[in-house]
Design a protein around this ligand. Structure first.
Ligand code: UD1
Length: 439
């Protein structure tokens, strides 16, 4: 296993390029199952979850992989090696072949988003066999809303030996009102409805920017989706979708994490290709805490002079404050002036960073879904670990400001969602390295 060693206390200064969005890329790559013909995705982040998705797609009969550099693609691998780019493109090429309906447990257990193949497989094959994702570190995370909605389109489900088996003749349009604006559920249904007979309306749909990115991609392939960006999506089914080229949106959670990195170190960062609009709630909270922002074309400058002030945050579906930024903001609150509160409304049990931040000297009290964070003057480095992605990011942020060495263990969680975080943070002045973890 590997860990990150961070020696805190350095102000971060310089530019960081925001990568492609993991949460947009996962469903968009999976949507390749729906297409007739090849598709080329650009701005795909090189992450563990993307490799898992590529493997899953290959198993289902839709081989997908990062393309090598141009020179490599023309057969000149030596040339590609020479310029150091072999295998490092941000492009994924996928091409549907003969599809098979089974997503095996070995892959699904490592990535919950695998359940997004359900809608596309039902639409294409009328049969889907997907391992049940099971519990997860940030709560039970059921998929009942996905199944209920697909049933309204004509699918039938049974549970057999840990697998959800779905069957249908041909999916038909339906009027679906989600009990909760589920992100994955909305994405599954968008994909299923795009190839269904007739019109589907999704009400109380998730409005997250990643959902809109998927809808825009599907439309670029010939789907007929309207209401994009609102909570009511109308999908007129079409008989076929064609492949195209598509660039994935930048990752708002990665960008938000770097904003907190600037704030917590009193630094000054230029975030290149920043999805500013998608981060408006995060930005307004950080402004309330004393962080400065300046839009410069497609880039956003984030600067923090003095110690931040406290604030109160409540996580909500988009456009509310994202649950995926809660842990990172709490790291900042723990060294800010005054007392802050956090209310987590999306996932139960999403406070796994709290005991670890406490070990670094933070003063945090939990009561159910609420946390009170009393800002302390400083944190001290410690060996820490977390069992989810964003909790791990919050420990890295805490490490950037802590006195001494912080060892963030089990960084395979971080590698699921942050591309080369040590290179990006190291490039703007952080003292951070990846090392083998013998413990
Ligand atoms: C997606 C994101 C995740 C983010 C979350 C909320 C991806 C790959 N993951 O997760 O990073 O934190 O949105 O913004 O894009 N629920 C049910 N039944 C269902 C579906 C969901 O009860 O069938 C509940 C969940 O347990 C959770 C809430 O609804 O409490 C939100 O889940 P959902 O919006 O579906 O999140 P994901 O798509 O899993």
């Amino acid at each position: 296993m590997e860990k990150l060693i961070i020696r805190g206390g350095r102000q971060l200064k310089g530019s960081i390029k925001v990568g492609g969005s993991k949460n947009a890329a996962l469903p968009i790559l999976i949507a390749a199952i729906l297409l007739d013909g090849p598709v080329r995705f650009r701005n795909v982040p090189r992450l563990r979850d993307i490799n898992t998705t590529n493997k899953l797609l290959a198993i289902l009969g839709c081989p997908a992989d990062f393309t090598a550099h141009e020179a490599d693609m023309t057969g000149n691998a030596a040339e590609a090696d020479k310029i150091g780019n072999a295998g490092h493109s941000d492009e994924v090429l996928a091409c549907v072949g003969k599809l098979t309906p089974e997503a095996p447990y070995d892959l699904v257990k490592t990535m919950r988003a695998s359940v997004l193949v359900l809608g596309p497989l039902l639409a294409r094959l009328g049969l889907a066999k997907v391992a049940l994702p099971g519990g997860c570190a940030i709560g039970a995370r059921p998929v009942d809303l996905h199944l209920k909605a697909l049933e309204r389109m004509g699918a039938q489900f049974e549970l057999d030996s840990g697998y959800i088996i779905g069957r249908c003749k041909k999916l038909h349009g339906a009027d679906i009102d989600f009990d909760f604006p589920t992100v994955g559920g909305t994405e599954n249904l968008l994909m299923a409805a795009s190839l269904a007979d007739g019109v589907t309306t999704l009400r109380n749909a998730a409005c997250e920017p990643e959902v809109s990115d998927l809808a825009n991609f599907l439309n670029a392939c010939g789907a007929r989706i309207s209401g994009i960006g609102t909570d009511t999506l109308r999908i007129e089914g079409v008989s076929a979708l064609k492949g195209t080229g598509y660039s994935i949106m930048p990752d708002r959670i990665e960008a938000g994490t770097f904003m907190v990195a600037a704030a917590i170190t009193g630094g000054d960062l230029l975030l290149e290709n920043c999805p500013t609009e998608a981060l408006s709630k995060v930005i307004s909270k950080l402004e309330e805490m004393g962080v400065g922002f300046e839009q410069q074309g497609r880039n956003l400058r984030v600067s923090a002079g003095q110690r931040c002030r406290s604030c109160d945050v409540s996580t909500r579906p988009y456009p509310g404050f994202p649950t995926d930024m809660q842990a990172q903001l709490m790291a900042l609150m723990s060294v800010s002036e005054g007392s802050s509160t956090v209310e987590e409304n999306i996932f139960e049990n999403r406070f796994m960073h709290v005991p670890e931040l406490t070990r670094m000297g933070a003063d945090i009290h939990l009561s159910g879904s609420k946390a009170v964070v009393r800002g302390v003057k400083g944190l001290t480095g410690a060996p820490v670990m977390a069992s989810d992605l964003r909790a791990s990011a919050s420990l890295v942020l805490a490490g950037l400001v802590a006195k001494g060495e912080t060892h963030v263990q089990r960084i395979y969680h971080l590698d699921r969602g942050y591309e080369q975080i040590e290179h990006k943070l190291g490039g703007v002045g952080a003292d951070i390295e990846r090392a083998r973890d013998e413990s």
